[in-house]
Design a protein around this ligand. Structure first.
Ligand code: PEP
Ligand code: MG
Length: 325
């Protein structure tokens, strides 16, 4: 009921034995903001900035972008907003961008120029977006996130551009965040997960994107139904990559969240806690159910579940482990 939900909104997301979990919201379109405010989310863990470029004839300039980000930051009232720079390419189509930079005709767009790979080839687009985010940072805490990272060199190249933009705005006396906002990465390719210990030297935080991580690890399109038995984020091999990434982040003392669709499945939440995840970002609607699932278990139970799941033969066996627990 609504009253139960309102009460739940004020209760902490913590296990019975006191492991605190931070629950954040994914934002795709600004109209979702009121729903997110009601959900009890502690900030936005993934703002998919693609929407800003959609349904427009011309590209949004720096001022336009600044205003959009600023409104969101203000609506979140002091809670952090993690803005992912444009993740274009693969299956994500954007008209205004197609006019500006036609996508190459690639034999397999999911394995071609996409996300940060594309932005580094169009640095003007990246610079505009970074400048807008820095300016919105004057209104509250923001974090910058890079999509589709597979190599350390991509983070370093982005940092160079980021430093340049920061210095330029500072020199011009533009109002922006007092401290340089953190620059983190999505861990959504097997390369990034396998190199997590190295990438943690260059990234201020990690966000695991299980939608793409599952696709690229299992070589199975994310559009395939779970029933196909090909695409399933609960496959132990995917869980192992999540666990590796969480351990690398803990060692390097940087934060790690998980923001793919898996984060919104309340049945999976205890398992994710067992894998070392303490921060989840999901569709705002899912937050109350996930919180309830976390409050019903102990960390010890979660840890046992994770040990069993990591050694399980397949996703069906993992589902059995979750059901029995
Ligand atoms: C993901 O890949 O899991 C993710 C969160 O990003 P997107 O779904 O936008 O590709
Ligand atoms: Mg992704």
């Amino acid at each position: 009921t609504r009253r139960a939900l309102t009460r739940l909104q004020r209760l902490p997301a913590a296990t019975r034995d006191g492991t605190a979990v931070s629950l954040q919201a994914n934002l795709e379109l600004p109209f979702e903001l009121p729903m997110i405010a009601e959900s009890g989310a502690h900030g936005i863990g993934l703002l998919r900035s693609e929407f800003i470029f959609m349904n427009r004839e011309i590209l949004p300039d720096e001022d336009t972008q600044t205003e959009i980000y600023q409104n969101i930051v203000e609506a979140m009232d002091g809670d952090p907003v993690t803005i992912r720079v444009l993740d274009w390419g693969s299956d994500k189509e954007i008209e205004a961008l197609s006019a500006y930079m036609p996508l190459h005709d690639e034999p397999n767009p999911a394995l071609g120029l996409r996300g940060i790979r594309l932005l580094l080839r169009h640095p003007a687009l990246l610079e505009t977006q970074l400048a807008a985010i820095l300016r919105a940072g004057a209104a509250g805490p923001v974090r910058i996130m890079l999509p589709m990272v597979s190599l350390a060199a991509e983070i370093l190249a982005t940092r160079e551009i980021y430093d340049r933009v920061w210095k330029r705005l500072k020199r011009k006396g533009v109002r922006m965040a007092a401290q340089k906002p953190p620059l983190g990465i999505m861990v959504e390719t097997p390369a990034a997960a396998l190199a997590a210990r190295q990438l943690a030297k260059y990234a201020d935080f990690f966000a695991i994107g299980t939608n793409d991580l599952t696709m690229y690890t299992l070589a199975a399109d994310r559009g395939l139904p779970v029933g196909s038995k090909l695409y399933d984020p609960l496959e132990p091999v995917v869980l192992n990559l999540i666990s590796m990434t969480a351990r690398a982040a803990a060692e390097a003392k940087i934060s790690v969240s998980l923001c793919g669709e898996l984060a919104s499945r309340h049945q999976a939440a205890p398992l994710l806690l067992g894998l070392g995840i303490r921060q989840l970002s999901m569709h705002g609607n899912a937050i109350p159910r996930v919180k309830r699932a976390i409050r019903a278990v102990s960390q010890t139970q979660c840890d046992d579940m994770a040990v069993a799941a990591l050694a399980a033969p397949d996703a069906d066996a993992v589902r059995d482990i979750i059901r029995e627990a």
